[in-house]
Design a protein around this ligand. Sequence first.
Ligand SMILES: [Zn+2]
Length: 75
Amino acid sequence: MPDITVNATSIAPAGARTVRCPTCGGASVYSPANTFRPFCSERCKNLDLGAWASEAYRVEVKPEASPDEGAAPEK
Ligand SMILES: [Zn+2]
């Protein structure tokens, strides 16, 4: 949504540092004024957290190497 970029720049103080929003790639104000930093908006923050949660879920469900394999180097 293009309005996200407009929203981010509108809350930016003069000379504020902007970063790229990890979710939408738009401009995000990196300052205490932006409580969602490094995201540009609450929507992008929630989207990213949701993606992260589902990703973590997938990793946890997936069976990996057994934990006791090479876990004890010394007695
Ligand atoms: Zn964004």
